[in-house]
Design a protein around this ligand. Structure first.
Ligand SMILES: [Zn+2]
Length: 364
């Protein structure tokens, strides 16, 4: 049995562009309606740093320009029903200022894993407390226990993993096997223990298991695929959007020249890359085939295992609805093989007992 956990990073564009009502509330409403049709469950990964800026702006100006009340209402309705809300953080919003029609980022604070232990404990603690204070009125036992780092930044690991444990966060869901970045953030998840099976984290390296680890990694499910698997209209749309709302304007670190970019792109055409189960960018058929492959790989596992899929509210188009509908229909008709789940429905005790026996894809 595979438990499908659909996660949605709930945020405006990464460079601070865009209207929260259009990029967060409206697309998420469409998703929640769609999920309710199939009894599916959505886990909204709420980017709390920007939501707190929207609240502050409303309080100081007396004008709810960024739809703060609509955001809170939506998150409360989600946890009052079958869905969930958990913590996502882009620390560059903590000191962001609204100027020239956009939230100007503090790029010195962009790379979450490099903020240092004390700042991370405070940042994650504030985010968790905010969600629990805001949402316990809607679900009395609501707990914030799951985290996703902004731009998936979990390397180096020790400070951030220790901060998660200190703040009572039990699950991280930032890692995707084979993922690499070397720009605004720097990580290499090539050695991640598995492409979808969770593991208790070794604080020294989020990619490695430690049977005694108190925080679990539940990776975003990924495959290692050649470039042609990435050719979809949805991915093209996402790339164009990313160019329009380009990240890092005003950032002076680590610039690469165009020749080295071209050389790197030419070289990478012959390599395989991390292909996430991303419902903004993959077609419905691609996702269904990926679920079948995970099911085959999971055959014989001693307990149900989660499969984490990812999407972003700011890139959620009407075409994505058609694709998601196909996936939800497929899953809803095969309830003996697949289930819709939230993280709190995953049996981590059973996984901890059995994870030694699960097959690592390190050498795949
Ligand atoms: Zn994000």
């Amino acid at each position: 049995m595979l438990q499908l956990v659909f996660t949605l990073d709930y945020e405006i564009h990464g460079n601070g562009d865009g209207c929260p009502l259009e990029l967060m509330v409206e697309p998420t409403d469409r998703m929640l309606d769609l999920f309710d049709c199939y009894g599916a469950k959505l886990t909204i990964m709420a980017e709390v740093a920007e939501i707190l800026r929207f609240r502050e702006h409303a309080v100081t100006t007396g004008r709810d320009q960024f739809g703060y009340e609509a955001i809170v209402g939506q998150l409360r309705r989600a946890v009052a029903s079958a869905h969930d809300v958990q913590l996502h953080l882009h620390p560059s919003y903590c000191r962001a200022v609204y100027r020239d029609g956009r939230w100007q980022q503090d790029y010195a604070s962009y790379d979450l894993a490099r903020l240092g232990h004390d700042r991370l404990v405070k940042l994650i603690g504030v985010g968790k407390a905010y969600l629990e204070d805001t949402l316990r009125g809607a679900r009395s036992h609501y707990t914030c226990s799951v985290f996703r780092a902004g731009h998936w930044s979990m390397h180096p690991s020790r400070d951030v993993v220790e901060a998660l444990a200190t703040d009572g966060i039990r699950i991280d869901t930032s890692v995707f096997k084979w993922g690499r970045r070397d720009s605004l953030v720097k990580f290499d998840y090539g050695a991640a223990w598995h492409r979808f099976v969770p593991w208790p984290i070794d604080v020294a390296d989020v990619c490695k298991p430690d049977p005694m680890g108190s925080v679990f990694e539940v990776p975003i499910c990924a495959e290692h695929r050649p470039w042609w698997a990435f050719v979809t209209l949805y991915r093209l749309h996402r790339m164009l959007q990313s160019r329009v709302h380009r990240l890092g304007v005003g950032y002076s670190g680590n610039k690469t020249n165009s020749i080295s970019s071209i050389t790197r792109a030419a070289g990478s055409a012959f390599k395989r890359h991390a292909w996430k189960l991303d419902f903004n960018q993959c077609t419905g058929r691609q996702l269904v085939r990926a679920l079948r492959r995970a099911e085959r790989e999971n055959r014989g596992a001693p307990c149900a295992l989660p499969i984490v899929l990812i999407g972003h509210s700011n890139f959620f188009t009407r075409a994505n609805v058609r694709n998601l509908r196909l996936v939800l229909e497929y899953v809803a008709r095969r309830q003996n093989r697949f289930a819709f789940a939230r993280f709190d429905e995953v049996d981590f005790d059973a996984i901890r007992r059995g994870f030694h026996g699960a097959r690592s894809t390190d050498n795949a």
